[in-house]
Design a protein around this ligand. Structure first.
Ligand code: SF4
Length: 287
């Protein structure tokens, strides 16, 4: 499987990419349609258009020509539901996933509202810790809730991919998993993550490495970075929920106490979900 490339909307760069899945970052909503069109014209496979805006979801007018374009839309908040209600059907019909910062407690409620209306939401964990109790309520609703709703990520992904023997890395939801995707700057320099790209930390000076990433030492180090936790005897390695977190909540402040209690509870919810699922399959309620 070809690795996905995350890059800015740069036609020259897109022309250098040869038949890869591509997600393009645009800074303007007006660029969504032309960027998607150009990825397809360049012979690549459009994976996503990633767009981050400073205004609330309710202030965005969803356009007809976004139809068929998978959009990852990062917004700071939902805004007034009254102003968004008339667009719910359109957002649902478009393949738009809404990314909201988890540190804003109101966004946890917004996620629940949007998901209940069939819109996929994805919580973004930044530098500040979320309200772990509220997050826990949302996580339980997302995984075990009986009322039909769209996925709330990363909970849905973790519950779906969890098997006791393996770790679950949900970084790909945030385009942050070098096993699945790499980031390019406008000159084709390659980074392991968006964070590395911003910090001008590159593993290759040009795009040619994407044809055989494993031959690149920086890439090999990147995909094995989790091992460093064990070499360092990091507190995360003692966390009961390590296998479904892999240290991803470390960015939310420098304490592991709140996140560890949360993820331990989540592991128990995920195991409960798995047991229920297996029972349903056994009883022929699911395929
Ligand atoms: S929940 Fe916190 S302590 Fe546990 S693995 Fe994740 S970041 Fe580390």
């Amino acid at each position: 499987m070809k690795i996905e490339l995350i890059c800015p909307y740069n036609k020259e760069l897109l022309d250098q990419i040869d038949g890869h899945p591509v997600s393009v970052q645009v800074s303007d909503l007006e660029d969504i349609h032309p960027a998607a069109q150009y990825v397809r014209e360049s012979g690549n496979v459009l994976s996503n258009i990633i767009v981050e805006v400073e205004k609330p979801l309710s202030a965005i007018t969803f356009q007809k020509d976004w139809a068929g374009i998978p959009i990852s839309l990062f917004v700071p908040e939902m805004g007034s539901f009254k102003d968004i209600a008339h667009q719910i059907q359109k957002i649902r019909d478009l393949k738009t996933h809404i990314y909201l910062p988890a540190e804003n407690a109101e966004n946890l409620t917004s996620c629940r509202i949007l998901a209940s209306l069939g819109i996929t939401c994805c919580l973004v964990f930044g530098n500040q810790a979320p309200d772990w109790d509220l997050l826990s309520d949302l996580m339980t609703y997302a995984i075990l809730g009986n009322i039909p709703h769209a996925p709330i990520e990363p909970f849905n992904y973790i519950a779906d991919h969890y098997v006791p023997e393996n770790n679950v890395d949900w970084g790909s939801l945030y385009f942050d998993d070098p096993l699945k995707c790499l980031h390019l700057d406008s000159n084709g320099k390659v980074s392991l993550s968006h964070r590395d790209l911003i910090n001008s930390s590159f593993i290759a000076e040009n795009i040619s490495m994407i044809h055989d990433p494993i031959a690149n030492e920086g890439y090999r180090n990147g995909i094995n970075a989790w091992r460093q936790f064990f070499l360092d005897n990091h507190p995360c390695t003692l966390c009961k929920g390590w296998k479904i977190c892999l240290g991803r909540f470390l960015s939310c402040g420098n304490q592991t106490k709140g996140c560890s209690a949360f993820i331990t509870e989540m592991l128990s919810v995920v195991e409960q979900f798995r047991t229920q699922h297996q029972q349903n399959v056994g009883q022929g309620n699911l395929s």
